[in-house]
Design a protein around this ligand. Structure first.
Ligand code: C5P
Length: 241
């Protein structure tokens, strides 16, 4: 196995099959474009378990993902794809950068799910793109852009309903997509408390309800137990373990 790429939260290795890669999930956590760094004990295992479960479940709904299987607690075997350098963010409720950039109050329910595209580029600070900027940068064709919009909306619909059955509100989340060797669009990366905002419906307090990486970003404490809480509810709902 050869290390292909090391990101902030995961390492990607080659395997003997060029069509298959191995993802190793790490406990390392970063925020604010890696200005803040830390470790969340057990995060690698938790995020790998949650992502694997959600990818498999989305697969049963007809969403094609890069997930193959989970050979070890912190490892996921995935189909090799060429990642499209876009962060596709879907928002149901105003939070984070949407509030900072528009003045919308945190917690405002949006009249429709907002799909946004950000350029995946740390040096440029992951700027928000317009449709035309995206096309001019040739990050996707107009047809792929339509497909991404539709997929993001569908995935949001599925995940939102699923998390609601776990008594969790899906506030917003980030997706990444890739193209396989046939040019087919696959959902890639991960879906975890690192990449979603998740609010506990059993809590009213705006800090206590946070079950995601905002606990780390905002120094709210009890990060590990929040991630464990999400894992327990998601796996129990799917009848895993
Ligand atoms: O920071 P912002 O409010 O734009 O984030 C929107 C959603 O996308 C959040 O759920 C956040 O965790 C996720 N995100 C991410 N990786 C990034 C930027 C945002 O997972 N680089």
């Amino acid at each position: 196995m050869e290390k292909l790429y090391e990101g902030k939260a995961k390492i990607l290795y080659t395997t003997e099959d060029p069509e298959i890669l191995l993802t190793q999930f790490k406990d390392d956590a970063t925020a604010f474009n890696a200005l803040k760094r830390g470790t969340i004990q057990g995060k690698g295992e938790i995020n790998c378990a949650i992502s694997s479960a959600l990818f498999q479940w989305l697969g049963t709904k007809g969403i094609t993902t890069h997930f193959i299987d989970q050979p070890a607690p912190t490892q996921m075997r995935v189909r090799a794809v060429k990642i499209i350098p876009l962060e596709v963010v879907v928002r149901n409720i105003a939070a984070g950068s949407l509030c900072r950039q528009t003045g919308l109050p945190e917690g405002k329910i949006l009249p429709f799910p907002l799909v946004e595209f950000y350029l995946k580029n740390d040096a440029l600070g992951d700027p928000l793109l317009t449709r035309d900027r995206l096309l001019i940068l040739e990050l996707a064709t107009a047809e792929q852009l339509e497909q991404l919009q539709t997929l993001a909306q569908q995935i949001n619909q599925y995940l939102r309903e699923f998390f609601a059955t776990c008594q969790i509100t899906l506030v917003d989340f980030k997706l990444e997509f890739g193209l396989d060797s046939q040019g087919k669009l696959l959902l890639a990366d991960e879906i975890s408390p690192d990449t979603c905002r998740l609010w506990d419906q059993q809590k009213n307090d705006p800090q206590e309800r946070v079950l995601d990486k905002d606990r780390f970003r905002r120094d709210l404490g009890e990060v590990e137990s929040a991630y464990q809480q999400v894992q327990q509810r998601v796996l129990a709902q799917l009848g895993i373990e």
